[in-house]
Ligand binder design. Structure first.
Ligand code: AMP
Length: 480
């Protein structure tokens, strides 16, 4: 199961350890190895040598034999028994890798910087030790603040707290902007009711802090979730302002899907001697059938229409890069009698929630949205993701298509690539380390003409005609 020919260990794909993680991980692996010594035919030094040969950029990783699926259980963490009851009632039987790595460090009281994205179980990784801490200490004060970039993520975290802490008596409140005066008032009253955990978007939290309603003098834990997204959304100053209200003596946990320099600078200024855990998925789940269509802009909507009408997909996310495109695409699809909603930042909070609820409950089959949809939305059973535009950041591609094939199911991810986006496609293929299967545009669409201004916008002579057959098929890609 674990080792291929010549003693080379078969590595678990999907988990990437960054260089900074290496020594920690080797210790971690050695500990696991010792625990599993009787189960492996390979000596530790061979494992270490094999591990050392892997290129850091490749997606090598924890050899199966050391991957603890069967050895570490939630019981091993000695959680409060009511918390453990909640974990089991949520259907969590085995800690995910990020939980296995992060929970012991957080339980020890150390700050942590974790590179882990939605879908890895990162929320449980920080919630469980924090809930355990609260259950064993004073329950009558606000001890934990979780900052999240969006209302949707704040609500999802709140729901996980509710589930995990169900038998513990620990309470939480999600505090976010939008909504009306009544929502603000409800949040104000909730805060004054001495909840244990506040999950907030930065802007609204500052409103409560500056109004004097919210006092965080007894705070012991600060968690920054999706820190990279918060910085992308311009929350850096708000975060620093919020931190100025907090006790200096606290444990700080920073979770981020990516680790750009800005995150490391933030970590330097707010964390003390942090441990590092890197579980960044930069490989899409294996269950995703990834496809690319090379099209020109006038072919995109007819192709989309054709795919939606001919396919047997029940739950579909369509991503476009700008909200103007999202809105007009949703209008066009509605005009074609499809049940679809546009999801973008101009909507009221209530409208966004209604759309997501209808989508989750399978009453709404299609959402068209911007990248705001691609992170943090945890909906099961999405069977098709379409990238109407190629995302600018290759990591966003992984986030977008990661909405399908969750929890070891399968799904399809289709990307429309025009000539301007070819370079972006290359970056994506580099990141995921393989070419994406190219599908020919159906014959019926090959005759659709490109509009002239597209040519004039691109002054350079075109080497290839886009979206017209015949072209090289998937098997020939990369050979021309
Ligand atoms: P997250 O990465 O925190 O967004 O979690 C993704 C999904 O995994 C959520 O639906 C969680 O409820 C679920 N989850 C988290 N931890 C576990 C676990 N140990 N076992 C099974 N499911 C989990």
């Amino acid at each position: 199961m674990c080792f291929g020919a010549g003693g080379v260990c078969v590595l678990r794909p999907q988990i990437e350890l960054l260089p900074t993680q290496l020594s920690y991980t080797m210790d971690f692996m050695e500990a696991r190895f010792n625990k599993n010594r009787d189960k492996t035919p390979l000596a530790w030094h061979n494992l270490r040598a094999c591990y050392g040969k892997c290129s850091l950029r490749q997606h090598f990783l924890l050899p199966c034999v050391l991957h603890s699926k069967r050895t570490v259980t939630f019981e091993d963490f000695n959680f409060n028994k009511h918390l453990l009851e909640g974990v089991l009632s949520m259907g969590f039987t085995t800690p995910t890798p990020v939980q296995e790595m992060a929970i012991p460090i957080i339980l020890k009281g150390q700050d942590i910087i974790a590179c882990a994205q939605t879908g890895t179980g990162k929320t449980g990784a920080y919630l469980l030790p924090v809930l355990d801490h609260i259950s064993k200490t004073n329950k009558h004060q606000i001890s934990t603040l979780i900052l999240a970039p969006t209302r949707e993520l704040a609500q999802q975290i709140d729901q996980q707290v509710e589930g995990l802490a169900y038998f513990t008596g620990i309470s939480s409140i999600a505090v976010f902007g939008g909504g009306d005066g009544i929502a603000y008032e409800q949040q104000r009253r909730g805060i004054q009711n001495n909840v244990n955990i506040i999950i907030a978007t930065p802007g609204r939290l500052i409103a409560h802090l500056t109004s004097g309603v919210l006092k965080l003098n007894h705070l012991t834990h600060l968690i920054l979730d999706e820190a990279d997204r918060m910085l992308d959304m311009g929350f850096m100053d708000d975060i620093m302002k919020i931190i100025s209200y907090l006790p200096k003596q606290r444990q700080t946990l920073l979770f981020s899907a990516t680790m750009p320099g800005r995150i490391r600078s933030l970590a330097k200024s707010v964390l003390i001697n942090p441990a590092q855990v890197n579980i960044a998925i930069s490989q899409p789940a294996v269950g995703i059938d990834q496809q690319v269509y090379r099209v020109h802009d006038q072919q995109k909507t007819p192709l989309l229409n054709m795919l939606l009408k001919n396919g047997s997909y029940a739950s579909i996310l369509i991503f476009a890069s700008r909200k103007e495109i999202v809105k007009s695409l949703a209008r066009e699809l509605k005009g074609l009698h499809m049940k679809v909603s546009a999801f973008h930042s101009d909507l009221e909070q209530r409208e966004r929630e209604e759309i997501l609820l209808a989508f989750k409950n399978k009453l709404l089959p299609i959402i068209v949205g911007t990248d705001a949809l691609s992170r943090g939305i945890d909906v099961e059973g999405i069977d098709l993701v379409i990238n109407y535009d190629v995302p600018g950041d290759p990591e966003d591609y992984v986030h977008r298509i990661g909405r399908t094939a969750r929890a070891e199911t399968t799904g399809t991810a289709i990307t429309f690539v025009n000539h301007r986006d070819e370079r972006k496609l290359k970056s994506i293929e580099q990141l995921i380390d393989k070419p994406i299967r190219l599908i020919d545009v159906p014959d019926e669409l090959a005759g659709i003409q490109q509009v002239k201004h597209e040519h004039s916008a691109n002054k350079r002579p075109q080497r290839r005609k886009w979206g017209n057959k015949p072209r090289s098929g998937g098997a020939n890609r990369g050979k021309s």
